[in-house]
Design a protein around this ligand. Structure first.
Ligand SMILES: *Cc1c(COP(=O)(O)O)cnc(C)c1O
Length: 370
């Protein structure tokens, strides 16, 4: 009998420990480890992940938005938290919860200094974000002098770190571009350090930067997807262990006769006697409609079973004609064998998107074994 009684996302903390140690072993011992726990810890549970990482020696956390940092603080996380993409409207909250902003433009820098001043802050730690080729957010190299001037003219903020982000660190064909980004960041850091008369912490690498570009480790690395068990490359995936497993059960089995239709819009019509299983997970749980009509699959009794018909809001139906299974049996949507990366590939997306789509209504359970 399955121990699974409903749809659950299992979070395996032993696997998280394994991945953390593996990634840490790839950087020098003096390089700080920043764990990216944005988007609910890549769809798992940010507080559970963060508290575990605090126990095993993480140095820093990062989230995307201020609200995510507030959630971590409210669950008792004490480690420094960088907010990668804050908006000025939330700066009071950010300061109230002792979060550290990534400052990416003059608009944001000015707004932050004003609010920090009004709160009588001194040397409030900020990270300055530089654009070295991703062209998403960040200052440019030509801004260094002006940033230095502004920051030196006030006592309220202190540049604790400078960061940049790699655009294609997982893509070996973009090696030349990535090396240019790394060189550009080095040059920016040097000019900035001259201005400030000290060298802030430097961080540029995400998971694939850690694995592929030792020259981009600097003083700190930011790992997200690797911690959750995905290395953006089969050769690294085999060293990592997926933290999240999405499982469910068969709610009901139907036998369709030739000509019978299945699901909304009658998108599947049986051409032979067809056994189907209905599973309580749908697009509102994070299984996109794009997985419908045989693009997606689940694992039942160790066998691949394709989604047939359209994905409903709360259910999918899969074909089990040749699979020995019954109501109540366990269904694996993804786990360490049939991984989120493999499942995502079928609809042309990546593990990141499938993982972070798993909605809050899916129950999270924590397991701690291998
Ligand atoms: C999300 C994010 C990361 C983490 O990237 P992974 O590829 O998941 O390791 C690091 N840095 C920034 C700026 C990010 O937005």
């Amino acid at each position: 009998m399955s121990s699974i009684k409903e749809t659950v996302l299992e979070i395996n903390l032993a696997h998280l420990t394994h991945n953390f140690k593996y990634l840490k072993s790839k950087v020098d011992s003096n390089v700080k480890m920043l764990a990216v726990v944005k988007a609910s810890g890549y769809g798992s549970d940010a507080s559970t992940i963060a508290k575990h990482l605090e126990q095993i020696g993480v140095d820093y956390f990062a989230v995307a938005y201020v609200s995510e940092g507030v959630t971590l603080r409210e669950s008792g996380v004490k480690t420094p938290i960088l907010v990668l993409h804050p908006q000025p409207v939330n700066f009071e909250k950010l300061i109230e919860y002792k979060l550290e902003p990534s400052i990416y433009s003059f608009r944001v820098l000015d707004a932050f200094i004003k609010i920090a001043e009004s709160k009588d802050k001194n040397d409030y730690p900020i990270h300055i974000k530089f654009n070295t080729g991703l062209n998403r957010i960040g200052f440019n190299e030509k801004d260094v002098e002006e940033i230095g001037g502004i920051v030196k003219s006030t006592k309220v903020v202190h540049i604790i770190a400078m960061l940049s982000h790699l655009a294609a660190s997982e893509d070996t064909e973009e090696r030349e571009f990535t090396l240019k980004q790394i060189d550009s960041f080095k040059s920016i850091a040097k000019t900035m350090a001259n201005q400030l008369e000290y060298m802030p912490i430097l961080h540029q690498s995400n998971t694939s930067g850690i694995l592929n570009y030792p020259e981009a480790h600097f003083n700190m690395v930011r790992t997200g997807v690797g911690l959750y068990g995905y290395g953006n490359d089969a050769k690294y995936d085999s060293d990592l262990k997926p933290v999240a497993s999405l499982k469910s059960i068969i709610s009901q089995i139907h036998e369709l006769q030739p000509g019978d239709s299945l699901g909304y819009n009658r998108a599947f019509i049986a051409t032979k006697v067809t056994k189907t299983a209905t599973i309580p997970i749908g697009h509102a749980d994070g299984i996109s409609r794009q997985y419908g009509n045989r693009k997606g699959f689940v694992i039942i009794a160790g066998r691949k079973s394709h989604i047939i018909g359209n994905v409903c809001m709360d259910m999918i139906m899969v074909e089990v004609t040749d699979i020995d299974c019954k109501e109540g049996d366990e269904v694996v949507i993804f786990d360490g064998n049939s991984t989120a990366a493999l499942v995502a590939e079928n609809i042309g997306t990546i593990s990141y998107e499938l993982l972070t789509a798993i909605s809050p209504r899916v129950k999270r359970t924590v397991v701690d074994n291998n």
